[in-house]
Ligand binder design. Sequence first.
Ligand code: HEC
Length: 125
Amino acid sequence: MMRPTPLLTLLALAAPAMAVFAHPAAAADGAAIFQTNCAVCHSVDAGTNKLGPSLFGIVGRKSASVDSFTYSPAMMKAGLTWDAATLDKYLTDPQALVPGTKMILLGIKSGDDRKALIDFLAAQN
Ligand code: HEC
């Protein structure tokens, strides 16, 4: 009859605990934040629109500039340039920056998460 040794028992208990401790490091991973919060509606591939427009090259782009996408009237007249500051505001509360936007997003509440996400977007060009 084999009984689990105390060492094996300890490892079995430690493995899930280590997985939990690994999580905070991943919290500000821009690619993961994009996957979780944006990818259902957005692609970062050029020319691929979903429910929202492609976000390829979004940092530095003028608002409502994807010709193949039908924007809301509110976004059509927003007249913004998407830089770190405007994206930070929009992703905190889309309706506050562009009242009437058809993008439905509760907002990314953590400033660290928004920064990691915007850094990720800035690399998609
Ligand atoms: C439920 C679908 C949905 C989700 C989730 C979503 N978006 Fe959007 N997004 C849209 C739609 C629809 C628009 C067009 C808004 C309009 O025309 O008013 C848009 C527009 C945008 C724009 C402006 C694009 C342009 O060409 O002017 C940016 C930037 C943007 N989204 C970023 C994001 C980011 C980053 C996330 C994740 C945090 C996200 N969105 C999550 C649907 C979504």
